[in-house]
Design a protein around this ligand. Structure first.
Ligand SMILES: Nc1ncnc2c1ncn2[C@@H]1O[C@H](COP(=O)(O)OP(=O)(O)OP(=O)(O)O)[C@@H](O)[C@H]1O
Length: 357
């Protein structure tokens, strides 16, 4: 398996920019998710990697080989990259084993070698017992596992997965997410996984590239995206909580800063000299009778074992988790524990210093 490098990639369709200067390096054996709203360019990046599209500028390199770039284009069939789509694209008249064997037949591998590799791929994907069934006799999740086995049997340099679980129901998705993660652990395959479901991306990917408007906004581990988002889009798109513009800030000392938000001075963690916003996750909002922030409940939803409260204070909306139900209109006091303060590159307004506020 191989390093996959995107360098300065842009792609325009009929005057509309689908990708706008993508730079990223995916390491050998990494499981990377491309996460972002509809139309942000995830599928286009995947299709460029597979060779179904050609970049306008920039290059795609796999294990030191330029696949696409100025004057170079390696056709899809010569890239040895496996692809799993949400539509399983199985041969209906072939058995499970026949479908999985197909790429090896095309390559004219000897029969004994074919049998060995098919048996191995069926074993890794938990399909050995289904080898002789037709695709029509399988569930959606089993069919998706056949597609995965067929892709793996060819020993690809990288595996691309385009929303592979989009057609499955919720319970099956959870089981299949676990199956993909187990598969990744077992094979060590470099995997690029497109999804707009952040639970899926955060749960299993080593790193997640959060995309918007054809650009990668942040490429980080799931915990870094959640704890230390770099801009308002990532803070709002990944995870639950609130993004609040700051009225004023102090000078940061040792990664901590006092900021003014929701009418209070608040101790925050910080990674930049002049933050413009804070990201407040539900775990950082404490319902505390002695807390300095007065808030009014505007919503309450049961989430299995806890309630998600939506709280209004000083024109801002916070989210908290609570052990008991609260009612709209109910008032409560809150304290905030260490939200994350960051500087949004697009922020126009520069916060005042605390002493001016
Ligand atoms: N073949 C094409 N012709 C014209 N426009 C295209 C083509 N393919 C993609 N686009 C446009 O490029 C942009 C990015 O599309 P892309 O499919 O990569 O987004 P996506 O993030 O995968 O979205 P989704 O989650 O909805 O699949 C969109 O505005 C889309 O309409």
């Amino acid at each position: 398996m191989a390093d996959l490098i995107f360098s300065g990639i842009s792609k325009t369709f009929a005057g509309a920019r689908a990708l706008d200067g993508i730079d990223a390096r995916i390491q050998k054996g990494e499981f990377v998710a491309l996460l972002g709203p509809s139309g942000c360019g995830k599928t286009t990046l995947l299709r460029l990697t597979a060779g179904f599209e050609v970049p306008d500028t920039g290059s795609v390199t796999l294990d030191g080989q330029v696949l696409a770039g100025p004057g170079t284009f390696v056709p899809p069939e010569d890239r040895n990259i496996g692809i799993v789509f949400q539509s399983y694209a199985l041969w209906p008249h072939k058995t499970v084993a026949g479908n999985v064997a197909y790429p090896l037949e095309v390559r004219r591998l000897p029969v004994a070698e074919r049998r060995r590799r098919v048996a191995e791929a069926l074993d890794v994907t938990g399909l050995t017992a289904f080898a002789d069934r037709a695709p029509a006799q399988l569930s959606g999740g089993q069919r998706q596992r056949v597609a995965l086995a067929r892709c793996l049997v060819a020993d690809p340099r990288a595996v691309l997965l385009d929303e592979p679980l989009a057609n499955l129901d919720l319970a099956l998705r959870a089981a299949m997410q676990e199956a993909f993660a187990a598969f990744h652990r077992r094979t060590g395959a470099t995997m690029l996984y497109v999804t707009h479901d952040q639970t899926e991306a955060l749960a299993f990917a080593d790193r997640v590239a959060v995309m918007q408007g054809g650009r990668i906004r942040q490429f980080d581990s799931p915990e870094a995206l959640y704890d230390r988002p770099q801009d308002c889009f990532v803070a709002g798109f990944v995870g639950d909580g609130a993004v609040i513009a700051l009225a004023a800030t102090d000078t940061p000392i040792g990664g901590r800063i006092v900021v003014r938000a929701v009418g209070q001075p608040i101790q925050a963690r910080c990674g930049s000299a002049a933050p413009t916003h804070i990201c407040v996750r539900p775990e950082q909002v404490r319902i505390d009778p002695a807390g300095p922030i007065r808030a009014r409940v505007s919503g309450c939803a049961y989430q299995g074992g806890r309630f998600r409260l939506v709280l209004e204070t000083q024109g801002e909306t916070l989210v908290a988790h609570a052990p008991r139900r609260a009612h709209p209109g109910e008032e409560m006091c809150l304290s905030l524990g260490s939200p994350w303060a960051f500087r949004d590159p697009a922020a126009q307004v520069f916060p005042q210093a605390m002493q001016d506020a």
